[in-house]
Design a protein around this ligand. Structure first.
Ligand SMILES: Cc1ncc(C[n+]2csc(CCOP(=O)(O)OP(=O)(O)O)c2C)c(N)n1
Ligand SMILES: [Mg+2]
Length: 571
């Protein structure tokens, strides 16, 4: 027995896919049968990971890719399973995370004309006009499997899109009759479906950017996700050091530049104030950023010369986007930075000017370090701060740790006080649909089983992760991680959003804004009930060191999830 479904599984193996994050239904008998048949006959197939919630499964595929660079597969149920992927679709698209999603489809025969024909009531109810349309706005590619004869071709074409820049998820669907079709196995021709080669700068572009940066008084790099490709960090660091260029992160998604380097100038999120480094720059290289600044609060000087490099500089999926750049380049960051460095080998900069620029930034960096250190002091009177917590975690940090940051109003706290220098050591969703961190932590751990995985999450974001599914999967698939919850008893960010627009209105004087989580859930209890997690609530800074050490011990030695429910000031 060899069916379309068998060929689909073979295609995944050929594409080096190890896991199928699966949530199956009445659309998948052919696939379930083909999986059982392959196991019985000893044919290699990806390991199937049962995902009680689709969003968690897709977030796991997202995290797996972030920690390995290898896309995985997600299998979901028809149109409603596709809808249940929910905000994970947005996160993968915005975070440019490749993966192949496969959904079944309602059978297209109803009298038993073909194997797989309708035999359950739900197949009429789940028949919709445009199932692919549910996610089309977010997919690099979508298609329907219409015959088993070319299923491998379609899977490899889909993955070629997923793996080519800008990367992203792809969606395939196939009705029951097609997935049941018996076919002849076809040869492995995956080598004919390579991703497109990274795009380079034009020669003129290299010279323009190189010369402008070299002659600048206050050159600045602004980036958000250069470090999504960890190999791009070294050429960025080399460029900045050889020219004395400051680096400002805007809404960082990765470790883009070593935070302890004196050229590092901090990270800007929704801070409602002009960034002085940005205002002072005369030449700015924006490289890999979706939001380099928020012009209503912080922007470059009108006279600043701006160059923009991104593999998608038009931001094709964003209806409104603009920065006033004199040069816009569609190029891969690692490649482009390498080209500029090579140009500088032949066109050396003036050492005195470089030193002056570096001295200026070194001075600012030192002032910033003093401010951060002051924030890290153990709070008096026993109140907990996120800064203190993260600073203590930093002292325990080791090269085997990978961090996930969904800290929301504490995103910047995590980046600032972990102060990471290691490329590939921290991830965010890259999007804005909350609840990524739980599933993603599972995926990161599955991709890097020898690492200690630490997810940092807001309490609201913990609830968005579907913790019952996440913690059940963590135990079932032996993928334990530490989860640290910034418990401010609710949603601080929407409250800040309101006050930023209406600083002195009714909301500012109201007793409550419907953002509170009172009575407060027992988050440790949720994780313990679902997956046997260990956990502890911390309210006093005096407990932090011991609790962190215990959590690390539990996750490393007992191989169980460890949840720290850290009580901060009320939001
Ligand atoms: C799926 C989804 N629903 C709603 C929102 C809107 N939203 C943005 S921040 C936020 C609150 C998050 O709460 P929490 O994780 O506790 O972080 P805090 O703001 O308290 O730091 C909400 C509801 C969103 N971004 N994504
Ligand atoms: Mg909160």
């Amino acid at each position: 027995m060899y069916t379309t479904s068998s060929a689909f599984l073979d295609a995944l193996i050929e594409a080096n896919i190890s896991f199928i994050f699966a949530n199956i239904g009445s659309d998948h008998p052919a696939l379930v049968e083909a999986i059982a048949e392959a196991r019985a006959s000893g044919r290699k197939i990806p390991e199937v990971i049962t995902c009680p919630n689709e969003m968690v499964g897709m977030s796991a595929a997202h995290g797996y890719w972030q920690a390995s660079g290898v896309p995985q597969a997600v299998v979901v149920h028809v149109e409603c399973g596709t809808q249940a992927l929910a905000g994970a679709v947005h996160n993968a698209a915005k975070g440019r995370a490749p993966m192949v999603i496969f959904a079944g489809a309602s059978p297209y025969t109803q009298h038993g004309e073909l194997k797989g024909s309708r035999n359950e009531f739900i197949q009429w109810i789940q028949d919709v006009h445009d199932q692919r349309g549910l996610v089309r706005g977010y997919m690099k590619y979508d298609n329907e499997l219409r015959t088993g004869r070319n299923v491998k071709e379609i899977v490899h074409r889909a993955l070629q899109f997923a793996n080519s820049d800008p990367k992203g998820p792809v969606y395939l669907m196939g009705a029951r009759e097609v997935m049941e079709e018996e076919v002849e196995p076809t040869p492995n021709d995956v080598a004919a479906w390579r991703s497109i080669e990274p795009a380079a700068l034009s020669g003129r572009g290299v010279e323009q950017i190189g010369a402008a940066l070299m002659r600048a008084r206050r050159p600045l790099v602004v980036t958000s996700f250069v470090g999504r490709n960890p190999n791009a960090v070294a050429p960025l660091t080399a460029l900045c050091r050889r020219l004395g260029i400051g680096v400002l992160e805007s809404v960082p998604n990765a470790m883009n530049f070593p935070h302890t380097d004196p050229l590092y100038q901090g990270n800007q999120w929704n801070h409602p104030s002009q960034n002085p480094v940005l205002a002072d720059a005369d030449v700015i290289l924006v490289i890999d950023s979706d939001v380099p600044w928020i012009p209503t609060v912080s922007k470059p000087a009108d006279s600043a010369r701006i160059f923009h490099i991104d593999i998608d500089p038009l931001k094709q999926q964003m209806p409104l986007w603009h920065i006033k750049a004199e040069g816009v380049f569609r190029a891969d960051a690692e490649t482009a930075l390498g080209q500029i460095n090579t140009w500088l080998d032949a066109n050396p900069a003036d050492d005195v000017a470089v030193q002056a620029r570096a001295d200026h930034y070194t001075c600012l960096h030192a002032a910033r370090a003093r401010e951060l250190a002051a924030l890290e002091r153990r709070p008096e009177g026993g109140a907990m701060t996120a800064e203190y917590l993260i600073a203590r975690l930093r002292l325990l940090a080791s090269d085997d740790m990978l961090f996930l940051n969904e800290g929301i109003s504490n995103y910047h706290t995590v980046f600032n006080h972990l102060a990471l220098d290691r490329p590939g050591s921290i991830f965010t969703s890259g999007g804005g649909s909350l609840g990524w961190n739980g599933g993603a932590a599972l995926g990161v751990k599955m991709a890097q089983p020898n690492k200690t995985v630490i997810a940092l999450t807001g309490d609201g974001s913990f609830m968005f992760t579907v913790p019952s599914s996440v913690h059940w999967m963590a135990r079932r698939y032996a993928a334990p991680f530490v989860q640290i919850i910034f418990n401010n008893r609710g949603w601080k960010s929407p409250k800040l959003s309101t006050l930023a627009v209406h600083p002195d209105g009714y909301a500012a004087h109201a007793n409550q804004l419907d953002t509170s989580f009172e009575p407060v859930p027992d988050y440790v209890g949720v994780a313990a009930a679902a997956g046997g997690a260990w956990g502890r609530q911390i309210r006093d800074p005096a407990e932090v060191d011991e609790a962190l050490a215990e959590a690390l011990h539990i996750v490393r030695e007992e191989k169980r999830c460890a949840v720290l429910d850290v009580w901060l000031d009320h939001h």
